[in-house]
Design a protein around this ligand. Structure first.
Ligand code: ATP
Ligand code: ATP
Ligand code: MG
Ligand code: MG
Length: 265
């Protein structure tokens, strides 16, 4: 296209290229989902159908980009791990973040309307997501990152389960909040068991652990210095690999990580 006298404005643009040879995590989070969940009458503390919509949405995003080797999600958030060698959009931060946020928002709407045909999305309250990208230098930090998110899921879920169980017993939200103020995990477990007749251990794993999506490579063998032809073949293997879903502990289970060495490749 011909240059115009206006083209100099392009020189004001800035781009952040995420550090090479580092693991990229893109975390998306629903904007104002507390209100969103009230507007659409989510079951509290956990609406399983809404979680299903999140999981289908994240799976679709993962299917589209084979550089995403794993994802973890709960509530209105999902974290996508992009492999260290990822060259998607030259690792441009803005491109990646805006793309992931918009894919989440549009696919969420699509899957919501499939799941909740009787209660479709209204223009008054649309699902929107923001996204941030963080790079991590070692896989150890990546594991700690996912542990951080899974601990967060556990803490929030235990609190929410206790809170809503007390509300269902007849306490007002303010009274439930007061009742839980200053309590530690064991207190909440006891309140649930003694006052609400709920054994927290028997709650669904998807609520307690969140959802882990992994691209499962079979017959994987670590390689270095691949030719471009070999790289293409590897790309194809990744694209074709099955993506599996789990609701398990990924904090303490070393074997879970060790049996998937391609995640730290
Ligand atoms: P922000 O825009 O700052 O993210 P937010 O209202 O989305 O604000 P979050 O901290 O992200 O706040 O929390 C998400 C909220 O969405 C939860 O606190 C919960 O109320 C609600 N929520 C999300 N998913 C579910 C679900 N499956 N079942 C019930 N409630 C849910
Ligand atoms: P990228 O992902 O890099 O943005 P792109 O295919 O979206 O790639 P753009 O430079 O953004 O490329 O150009 C948008 C293209 O979309 C136009 O070249 C044109 O072909 C098409 N397009 C967009 N809006 C219209 C429209 N209203 N009518 C016809 N064609 C359109
Ligand atoms: Mg949110
Ligand atoms: Mg959130």
């Amino acid at each position: 296209m011909a240059n115009s006298k206006y083209e100099y404005v392009k020189a004001f643009e800035r781009e952040n290229y995420l550090l090479p040879e580092t693991y990229i995590v893109i975390r998306v989070d629903g904007k104002g989902f507390h209100k969103f969940s009230q507007y659409y009458g989510f079951e509290k503390p956990n609406d399983i159908r809404a979680l299903r919509v999140m999981n289908k949405t994240a799976l679709k995003v993962m299917e589209r980009y084979s550089d995403v080797c794993m994802a973890y999600g709960d509530s209105d958030e999902y974290s996508f791990l992009l492999r260290r060698k990822c060259e998607l959009y030259e690792r441009r931060e803005m491109k990646l973040c805006t793309l992931f946020a918009s894919l989440m928002s549009t696919y969420y709407m699509f899957y919501w309307n499939l799941e909740f045909g009787e209660n479709p999305i209204s223009e008054e309250m649309i699902p929107t997501f923001d996204a941030r990208a963080v790079v991590y230098p070692h896989f150890e930090v990546v594991r700690d990152y996912f542990s951080w998110r899974q601990v967060d899921c556990h803490i929030n879920n235990l609190y929410n389960t206790a809170f809503w169980s007390l509300v269902k017993l007849g306490l007002t939200p303010q009274e439930s909040e007061q009742r839980l103020m200053g309590t530690v995990s064991s207190d909440k477990n006891e309140i649930l068991f003694k006052e609400c007749g709920i054994n927290y251990n028997n709650e669904l794993e998807i609520f307690k652990k969140g959802t882990i999506l992994v691209r499962e490579l079979v017959n994987y063998a670590p390689k270095s210095d691949l030719s471009s032809r070999q790289k293409q073949r590897e790309d194809k293997v990744r694209r074709k690999a099955e993506i599996k879903s789990y609701h398990v502990d990924i904090i303490n289970d070393d074997s879970w990580w060790e049996s998937r060495p391609w995640l730290s490749e």
